[in-house]
Design a protein around this ligand. Sequence first.
Ligand code: UGY
Ligand code: MN
Length: 267
Amino acid sequence: AATDTSDMYSKVTDPTLSASHLQDLPGFTRSVYERDHALITPESQVFSPLPGWLNTLAAYMITPAMGAHFTMYLATMAGNSSSAEPPSGIERFVFIVKGETTLTADLPQGTATLKVDEFAYIPPGSKHTFSTSHSATLVVFERRYSKGGDGAPKLFTGRTNQQPNLETPGEVFDLRKLLPATPTYDFNIHVMDFQPGEYLNVKEVHYNQHGLLLLEGRGIYRLADKWYPVQAGDVIWMAPFVPQWYAALGKTRSRYILYKDTARDPL
Ligand code: UGY
Ligand code: MN
């Protein structure tokens, strides 16, 4: 009997590695883990319960086991969920990626509703709870606070699009800083925007560490001597002194959120 051979070679014109089928390829991931950098893409993120948190699953993307001095995790809060506090001496920064959450803390009104693109900084030892009756996805950065400057860091909330667009001499990207750039704070969170075709002018090599989440767009990230295609949802860890460079591609803006330690003597 005649067999229908019309689809026999269909993978030639509809290959498994085409963008729409990447997830179907068994054993394939764009994630990499190197000595001085990592790329962690959504298909390899593993979520599990966060100790003390209710109805919340989290995936740690960056931890000291890699050599970082901070943690970065994505937390997905379901209905009737609430957070636990970090260990003593740890400061916390929370940025809302999806949904909304209520922060109960030492705030003038007692609580604040945080929506997408809004954030909160919690200094060490400050009592607080994030909760939601709907759902929310948060990106969280934590580290052991290192004292410096005058005065103690203060709890605050904010909204990215209310932060001023800062001058970046020699660079083209738009930069917003979500924490005060004063010696009281030992890190900052940058939000950086690139239009398609724009790229970092400085081929950066520096002592600071980074944790990055690409919020929008796509492009090529250079890390050490490798060039990675990246897209929204990807996470990058950069160790001190790893050569780093980004170029935005495609038709839409690239925006990323970036942890950077600042204002402390490296010794
Ligand atoms: O401030 C920074 O170090 C930033 N420009 N780095 C980066 O985007 N990889
Ligand atoms: Mn950098």
